[in-house]
Design a protein around this ligand. Structure first.
Ligand SMILES: Cc1ncc(COP(=O)(O)O)c(C=O)c1O
Length: 391
């Protein structure tokens, strides 16, 4: 089976993890700050807080922005459920902004309309989480301008997008956001096994997230009420969690950062091949934009007309031929859990149209040429078969 995504681990990565296993620290040692430094320097942000997943990073990012009961968070319905669950963990409520069918990201025109309406109704969001689908950055400058007009905070869910650029700046620079979150799950651009990171240029937010990732505990004397009890002394000053990243994870992540540009370049080269090879088929390919350098976490194709029956035939045929296709994502508002929160079919029609058309085909840095050709050929046969069956 050619998987839709896969980690790229070399001997240096393995050695880095083994070295940690032989060292004095398996957690809370020097590797985590070292990993944080390399990521924040790469992205050009001032602060970075490593945690055990992007889900955890989204949670503490929301908490650090004081999202709570009576607050509203908006995000894209076409994302992994973690993007919206973060708000619910904080006791806030969630709403979605429909997507742009061309970019698969939050629609700027829908966002403008929804903000204008919400202002009249007194229902403006405190936080918006734009999601960079598949590695393509959202139009962050536009969202940032709206955040100034309507007074909301921005957390970029860049789980797919480390190594990508927006207007020539690395995703993660936080130029147009308060916080940016990355995921290091194995199918992502770089991996630490499980892992995530929250980047920010705001010292206060970074301090809050550092404390929240470790039970709400601080050893920083300037934050304590009692300061001179002895070296053992710490204080719990907030209700935090244990979201710490281990030293093994951080060492693997650090080692992977040495190859990030190569990973993203290769993904882009493979994407160019797919663009050339698949352009003759009657499908929509990812929309490129000169202002965006995608990290190409995913290569998402769409049927020229939404047709779930046709997508199902193509999906099943490709799976039968050992091609690990996938669908990213089932609209969050259609999940049974979210339906219990009163969302229903028809609420976000473009997201639903997207869902009835989309298919992710295999893309990872070390996929070989034979596999790329096989995926293209099998996809072509799958389309032919689907057209015949649905005549
Ligand atoms: C857009 C998005 N946000 C958040 C997450 C959660 O990431 P993690 O698995 O690191 O918690 C994912 C994971 O797939 C994701 O795709």
């Amino acid at each position: 089976m050619i998987p839709y995504g896969k980690q790229d681990i070399n001997q240096n990565d393995i050695d880095a993890v083994i070295d940690v296993l032989k060292s004095n620290f398996l957690t809370q040692g020097p590797q985590v700050p070292r990993f944080e430094d390399i990521v924040k320097n790469y992205c050009g942000s001032k602060y970075a807080v490593a945690v055990n997943s992007a889900t955890s990073a989204l949670h503490i990012a929301c908490l650090s922005l004081d999202l709570g009961k009576d607050d509203i968070l908006w995000t894209s319905p076409i994302s992994f459920v973690a993007s919206s669950n973060a708000a619910l963990y904080c006791g806030a409520s969630v709403d979605f902004v429909d997507i742009d069918f061309n970019t698969n990201n939050i629609s700027i025109s829908e966002l403008k309309k929804k903000l204008a309406y919400a202002e009249k109704e007194g229902l403006l969001p405190k936080v918006i989480i734009p999601v960079h689908m598949g590695g393509f950055s959202c139009d962050m400058e536009e969202i940032y301008k709206l955040s100034k007009q309507y007074n909301f905070k921005i957390i970029e869910d860049a789980s797919h997008a480390i190594g990508g650029k927006y207007k020539n700046k690395p995703v993660g620079s936080c130029e147009y956001s308060d916080i940016t979150v990355f995921s290091f799950h194995p199918v992502k651009i770089i991996t630490s096994g499980e892992g995530g990171m929250a980047l920010t240029n705001d010292k206060n937010l970074s301090m809050k997230m550092e404390i929240l990732r470790t039970h709400g505990i601080t050893r920083n004397k300037s934050h304590m009420s009692f300061k001179d009890e002895g070296d053992w002394y710490y204080e719990q000053i907030d209700l935090g969690l244990n979201y710490r990243m281990t030293e093994m994870q951080a060492a693997l992540g650090y080692s992977q950062m040495n190859r990030i540009d190569d990973f993203v370049l290769k993904r882009n080269e493979h994407a160019i091949f797919y663009h050339k090879q698949l352009s003759k088929l009657n499908i929509l390919l990812p929309a490129t934009d000169p202002l965006i350098y995608s990290s190409y976490h995913l290569f998402i194709i769409k049927l020229s007309k939404p047709n779930p029956a046709k997508r199902r035939i193509i999906f099943d045929y490709m799976k039968k031929n050992n091609i690990g296709v996938n669908v990213h994502y089932i609209p969050i508002h259609l999940q049974p859990f979210y339906k219990k929160l009163n969302f229903k079919k028809g609420d976000f029609v473009t997201a639903e149209k997207y869902y009835d058309s989309a298919l992710s085909i295999p893309l990872f840095s070390h996929i070989d040429q034979t596999s790329l050709e096989k995926v293209s050929n099998v996809l072509s046969s799958a389309l032919e078969l689907a057209n015949k069956e649905l005549l």
